[in-house]
Design a protein around this ligand. Structure first.
Ligand code: IPM
Ligand code: MG
Length: 371
């Protein structure tokens, strides 16, 4: 099969982790006889440096025309530390999400047995954790009108939602629940926010059409607490943009590392795949970042193309790497493997259809050390 993938490495560790994901796409090409065409573009701080803006119209157009966009990470500390800067890397990502109408951001959290000892939670609380966050991605406070008074002493961000915006993602989340454990939790703040009350109304109405799905409603503060004390109660979490941003980071560390959490953003026609973590600038260029979230995002991309065997081959390879302790330093302090070697070995495992011996692994590591 032929597909066009538009790759946006972005900032910080973005280029390194995306490179590993590209190795995986090439390995799938060779193992399954596909021909994916890859092209690259700029987004974030790297685009500001070259073009004076965090994303160009040309890049947006290419994203629209691609079968999928693969994104690394966005953000640089010089912008974080200066709130007065007007042109910011993150604006590129937000504009891309909005222009491609990527309204549904899907962030699955699966527990890996091997990682449960590095989770900040006790083992007993981690049993049966398997949840997915459906985060609305193109509305809410992220995109509402922003103001800053002339004297710079007051500011506002408007949060607004329409029934249509809520309905389209709620439908996706309900459908997902019917294919999982038939439970959906709406996370909101309906005791305070008008937008949250609209979310509840839409979800209550939709629940009638999905009688098999048990629906519950949690205020976001309570949901954050429940996520820590009893995460296994969740199946599908549906929530608005900002709550989803916060809840998904929280849920990601249940697995032991934010470096493991992939995501898919699906819209009317376009789709984008990116890890949930940030650009981790302290690690940029050091070859120590965990590429697995990006590689697992690529698995979600194959699922999206309904190429389920390919997606499974990637997940098998990641599981193998975890079992063999082929992991970066966020997961192990004993002999961590470098980012590029994790990518090489996962790609190698896919190409060899799982017929990889440890000797080969050490050979690859040795090879990389020499280089
Ligand atoms: C995410 C990120 C982004 C967001 C930032 C980089 C704008 O935190 O994808 O979760 O807040 O959506
Ligand atoms: Mg986030």
């Amino acid at each position: 099969m032929n597909k066009n993938i538009f790759v946006l490495p972005g900032d910080g560790i973005g280029p390194e982790i995306v490179l590993q994901a590209v190795k995986v796409i090439k390995a799938i090409d060779s193992a399954f006889d596909h021909k994916f065409e890859l092209s690259n573009g700029l987004i974030g701080a790297s685009s500001i440096r070259d073009n004076g803006e965090p994303i160009t119209d040309k890049v947006i157009k290419k994203g629209k025309n691609a079968d999928a966009v693969l994104l690394g990470a966005i953000g640089e500390p010089e912008y974080d530390n200066d709130p007065s800067i007007k042109v910011r890397p993150e604006q590129g990502l937000l504009k891309l999400r909005k222009s491609l109408s990527l309204y549904s951001n899907i962030r699955p959290v699966s527990m890996y047995d091997i990682l449960k000892d590095i989770s900040p939670l006790k083992n007993k609380n981690l049993k049966n954790v398997d949840l997915v966050v459906y985060r609305e991605l193109t509305g809410g406070i992220y995109f509402g009108e922003k103001t800053l008074s002339e004297d710079g002493r007051s500011a506002s961000d408007l949060c607004s939602y329409s029934v249509e915006e809520i309905t389209r993602i709620a439908k996706m989340a309900f459908e997902a629940a019917t294919n999982r454990r038939n439970k959906l939790t709406l996370v909101d703040k309906a005791n305070v926010l008008e937008t949250s009350r609209l979310w509840r109304k839409v979800v209550q109405e939709m629940a009638q059409k999905f009688p098999s799905v048990e629906v519950d409603y949690l205020y976001v503060d309570n949901a954050a607490m429940q996520m820590v004390i009893n995460p296994a109660q969740f199946d599908v979490i549906l929530t608005e943009n900002m709550f989803g941003d916060i809840i998904s980071d929280l849920s990601s560390v249940l697995t032991g590392s934010l470096g493991m959490l992939p995501s898919a953003s699906i819209g009317k026609s376009a789709a984008m795949f990116e890890p949930c973590h940030g650009s981790y600038p302290q690690a940029a260029g050091k070859d120590i970042a965990n590429p697995m979230a990006t590689i697992l995002s690529v698995a979600m991309m194959y699922d999206h193309f309904e190429m389920f065997k390919e997606a499974q081959a990637i997940r098998n390879a990641v599981n193998w790497a975890l079992k063999e302790n082929v992991v970066t330093e966020d997961i192990t302090t004993e002999n961590p493997t470098r980012c590029s070697v994790v990518g090489d070995l996962i790609a190698h495992y896919i190409e060899e259809k799982g017929e990889v011996s440890l000797n080969k692994r050490y050979m690859t590591e040795a090879l990389n050390t020499v280089i």
